[in-house]
Write a protein that binds this ligand. Structure first.
Ligand SMILES: *[C@@H]1O[C@H](CO)[C@@H](O)[C@H](O)[C@H]1NC(C)=O
Length: 315
């Protein structure tokens, strides 16, 4: 509210129009600033500490929502579980965010399959997401391990790396499943031309290279090009809001010279929900194999199909 008031004050002072911006639309459109070949319509997966949603971006101000999280967001799950596992008590992770700690710890796993997780919502043929169940699964395994190994209050279990890897893998697999069904749906409905198969991945969790690798495997298999803006544009930032203003200005959308009545909205859904139509299609998928992701990351470079160069470009 403070930001909005200040924005209105600036607009009045300098005689400029006021352009309201939707936070998640801004996350989506930032990809077009980063890469001008991202043209409408395209698919977007927004994964962050507050959101998880899959949508078709049709125009600057037109979005179709294919699926969203029924409970937590993935970044939130990482943060809460990193705290629960007391990762901060280990020097390597003491300064990192929950998500960063998970990614780093998982890199050191020698067996990502040591702790098994059930993929959420497998029986639902839609594109909704859920992370609460995975959190519970992790907590149960953690409690059992802490009891068996007599871990004291601020101690960390010996299998911490494998547990982090298992959880991260489960989240990745879930995201890949929902994404793949979404791709099948837009294909069936002819919503994205075959020469414009683009997936934008944005939001704080898009910085996770392991998750991105999984999503890229789905994209490669289904003929999509994945566009992931650089980390400083994926996490919350002011530039993306400004860019969305530029996009709206160019299209003459939402340009207000009388704006006293405009207010921030507590809940503002992204675009129009077509979640029910996705469900009606009851699309079954033959899941893209994510075998590589189940192997220790230390062995990835020997496997061959890991494109190290692409990763370097990204950083
Ligand atoms: C999917 O998500 C939407 C919106 O959150 C909700 O209305 C719907 O009930 C969900 N579908 C299922 C099967 O949970």
């Amino acid at each position: 509210m403070i930001g909005m008031r200040y924005g209105k004050y600036l607009c009045k002072k300098y005689n400029k129009p006021f352009i309201p911006i939707h936070h998640m639309e801004a996350h989506t459109l930032t990809a077009r600033m980063h890469d001008s070949t991202v043209t409408f319509p395209f698919l977007v997966l927004l994964i962050s500490g507050g959101h998880c949603l899959l949508a078709v971006a049709e125009k600057v101000d037109r979005f179709l929502l294919l699926g969203e999280s029924l409970d937590d967001a993935p970044g939130e799950a990482f943060d809460k579980m990193a705290r629960r596992m007391k990762l901060k008590n280990l020097p390597d992770y003491s300064t990192l965010s929950g998500g960063q700690a998970f990614e780093l710890a998982a890199q050191k796993a020698d067996n990502p399959l040591q702790y098994s997780f059930t993929t959420p919502l497998l029986q639902y043929k839609n594109c909704n997401f859920s992370f609460a169940g995975l959190k519970n699964q992790l907590q149960r395994q953690l409690i059992r391990e802490e009891r068996e190994k007599d871990i004291l209050a601020d101690g960390v279990i010996p299998g911490i790396h494998n547990l982090c890897a298992g959880f991260q893998l489960a989240i990745t697999r879930h995201l890949c499943h929902r994404l793949q069904r979404g791709m099948d749906y837009v294909e069936r409905k002819n919503m994205i031309q075959s020469d414009n198969r683009i997936l934008v991945v944005s939001g704080g969790v898009a910085c996770n290279n392991f998750i991105a690798e999984g999503l890229r495997m789905v994209c490669d298999e289904l003929g999509y090009r994945m566009v992931r803006p650089p980390p400083k544009l994926c996490t919350d930032n002011g530039v993306m809001i400004a860019w969305n203003g530029v996009e709206k200005w160019r299209e003459n959308i939402d340009i207000h010279t009388n704006f006293d009545h405009i207010d921030i909205e507590k809940t503002a859904p992204l675009g129009t929900s077509i979640i029910e139509d996705v469900e009606r299609e009851r699309i079954s998928c033959r899941w893209v194999k994510l075998k590589k992701l189940t192997l220790p990351q230390s062995s990835w470079s020997e496997i061959g199909n890991v494109n190290i160069a692409r990763k370097a470009d990204y950083s």
